[in-house]
Unconditional design. Structure first.
Length: 202
């Protein structure tokens, strides 16, 4: 099993310092588990893992397609790539896009910025990956970020629009949760060239 996490503590509104490198080194030397601070690259051998986990990661990568290619390479036949990432079709992102257009860019709740999210993915993206890269999409599920996590991001919103963000967020988050239009997508892709485009939305 290979678990990737972004080294982007500075992009979190709750972060006070850069502790990622120190935590990785402390865990590596503790003897409890094997930890490496780095990327998914040739350090790992072909077909060497049963599963690769990447939560809150691919939206931060400048070249996400390379990550998928490397994940396919290191997975054993039948191995699974498990991802969670913000999704364009969510209720929160749709409302954010409408606000951005109506305000001509002044109202920006899209959370795309240098050092933060670089890409926003869609379900169609993962269908395309399944077809073109030999992954079989075996599960998709909309999930919502914890309310406290999204509420904490209000500190990053311009003071001019902070009140609007905090008033509208509880309503939108509740509606998204009840209608299963959460702001994130949990997805499982299996390395299986013989099976294409079989993703089931749950």
């Amino acid at each position: 099993m290979l678990d990737f996490r972004p080294a982007l503590a500075y992009s979190s509104p709750c972060a006070t310092d850069l502790r990622v490198i120190g935590q990785a080194e402390e865990t590596r030397t503790s003897g409890r588990r094997s930890v490496r601070l780095g990327a998914l690259d040739d350090y790992y051998g072909d077909e060497s893992f049963d599963a690769v986990f990447a939560f809150n990661l691919i939206e931060h990568l400048a070249h996400p397609r390379q990550f998928f290619m490397q994940a396919y390479r290191v997975l054993k036949p039948g191995g699974v790539l498990v991802l969670e990432t913000p999704v364009q079709e969510s209720l929160l992102h749709r409302v954010a896009r409408v606000g951005y257009k109506l305000s001509k860019g002044r109202l920006n709740f899209l959370a795309v910025s240098p050092g933060g999210h670089i890409y926003k993915f869609s379900r169609r993206t993962f269908r395309s990956i399944s077809r073109s890269m030999g992954f079989a999409c075996i599960c998709q599920r909309s999930v919502s970020s914890p309310f406290g996590e999204i509420w904490g991001k209000s500190a990053m919103v311009s003071f001019r629009y902070r009140f609007l963000y905090r008033v509208s967020l509880p309503v939108l988050w509740t509606a998204a949760t009840l209608t299963r239009q959460g702001n994130r997508l949990f997805i499982m892709l299996r390395k299986s060239p013989a099976v294409r485009d079989s993703c089931v939305m749950q």
